[in-house]
Write a protein that binds this ligand. Sequence first.
Ligand code: NAD
Length: 253
Amino acid sequence: MEGKVAAIFGIANHRSIAFGIAKSLKEAGVQLALNYQNERMGKSLAKITGQLGDPWARECDVTDDAAVDGFFGAVREEFGGLDYLVHSVAFAKREELGGQFVDTSWDGYALAQQVSAFSLVSLCRRAVPLMADRNGSVLALTYLGSEKVVPNYNVMGVAKAALESSMRYLANDLGPKGIRVNAISAGPIRTLSASGVSDLLNMLDYVAERAPLRRNVTTDDVGKAARFLLSDDASGVTGQVLFVDSGYHIMGM
Ligand code: NAD
């Protein structure tokens, strides 16, 4: 992976899953292009980028088409193309991540879909021209709440279902261009976004007690699996959801 170029969306701080992925790719010699959502997130990012060798970074809110165009235009200027795209971005209003799903508002539903699912389509559309003849690889982050009911995950579960389905449609669209699209379904990890889900600490304890590996996963666990899926070692794999969750999802009781 030496010298390849990865655009990574979603590092907020040192706890972010995207930070674990960035560290893993950096170790493999990959050049990094990072986004930050806004000025505040840019300051937070700046505190930790030293650990990544101070990579190139640019502001980009994924709901702002002009900003997304600007980001990929700047990547083309800076690096001449792109090999990997990591989508590690999600958002739902805090009030939608607790209580009953039946109370979800249209605004909250639409916002969760726009930021957490549609953005994968939007980013891929801009990334594809930069990946021409480079065997590109795309990775998104999802969660079990897409296919099973997880209390409080609510509107985000529906957004993750849309994200996973989008991943499969994108895999079919982009496969003929040699571009692979996959997702990692991570077990719960204590990050900024996850702390918006009511009762997160109980979820972490519950999984650690019952998952086959009897522990929670770390961002390093996810980073290593991400490196595999992005790399040529996974050259025959596309349209897949790989669970990195200590095996929790296999349990029936
Ligand atoms: P995080 O808070 O560290 O990262 C979320 C990122 O999304 C932040 O960097 C934030 O700035 C970014 N973001 C939100 N809205 C944005 C917007 N409009 N434009 C640009 N960026 C925006 O949390 P995380 O847990 O590392 O989340 C990363 C991904 O992993 C998400 O897709 C999340 O759903 C998924 N995931 C998390 C867990 C978990 O338990 N932490 C488990 C499975 C999947």
